[in-house]
Ligand binder design. Structure first.
Ligand code: SF4
Length: 221
């Protein structure tokens, strides 16, 4: 199935909060964004992608994830904005939370930071709604993400966060299909240096090799 078939399928169009016909999509990576982008595109909602993820470490991984997302945005003709890779601010915000588990307090701070910046960008550029691809992964706590998004939107009059569950109605499966079709880069940890540390420790404890950045792609078995 090529991209145009997938975008033009027969599922009912989605309706954004307030019936908004334009929105800002915060994106973390191409695999999580692929189906979300297709869903928004086929719903005739005008949108822009905001790549703001100063949590990702190291910079090579950051560039890989960003470039893959940008490549798919160009394919769909969607504007793609790359914001600052302000890692100093990210490390300052998560200080003291280095040993938190995934889905814990460090992740709340991480989501808050990315969504606060996204909300500001949305307001500055006249978007009444923003949402994120972050909840697409089954490894994430969707309630935690939605709470952070709603909290960030509440800082601005007239701005909403769309809490849509992108995993449902086949979204999780389509995410994998698109990733394979497009041969997206497949990251093997959430993103920050602490998730890389913990994922490697888990792998080593199971006798598996450590993560090798830049080597794994969907559909290239
Ligand atoms: S594990 Fe993921 S969500 Fe949590 S702090 Fe690290 S990069 Fe952010």
């Amino acid at each position: 199935m090529d991209t145009s078939d997938r975008v033009a399928d027969e599922r009912p169009a989605l309706t954004a909060p307030g019936g908004a016909d334009r929105l800002l999509l915060h994106s973390c990576c191409a695999p999580c964004a692929g189906d979300v982008m297709n869903e928004i595109t086929r719903s005739n909602i005008d949108y822009e992608i905001l790549f703001y993820n100063p949590n990702i470490h190291p910079v090579r991984e950051y560039e890989l994830r960003k470039d893959e997302n940008k490549r798919y945005a160009e394919k769909l003709g969607v504007p793609f904005t790359d914001l600052d890779y302000d890692t100093d601010n990210w490390y300052a915000r998560v200080e003291g939370l280095e040993w938190e588990p995934e889905r814990g307090a460090r992740c709340t701070v991480c989501f808050d930071m990315r969504f606060e910046r996204s909300a500001l960008y949305a307001v500055e550029h006249g978007y009444p709604v923003f949402t994120s691809t972050l909840g697409t992964s089954r490894w994430k706590d969707l309630d935690q993400i939605n709470e952070c998004g709603v909290r960030a939107a509440a800082r601005h009059d007239g701005l909403s966060y769309w809490t849509h569950n992108w995993r449902k109605k086949g979204g999780a499966q389509r995410m994998v299909e698109i990733s394979k079709d497009e041969e997206f880069y497949q990251q093997e940890y959430c993103g920050c240096v602490y998730s890389l540390r913990d994922t490697n420790a888990h792998r080593v404890s199971r006798g598996r090799p450590r993560i090798r950045i830049g080597e794994q792609f969907y559909g290239r078995e």
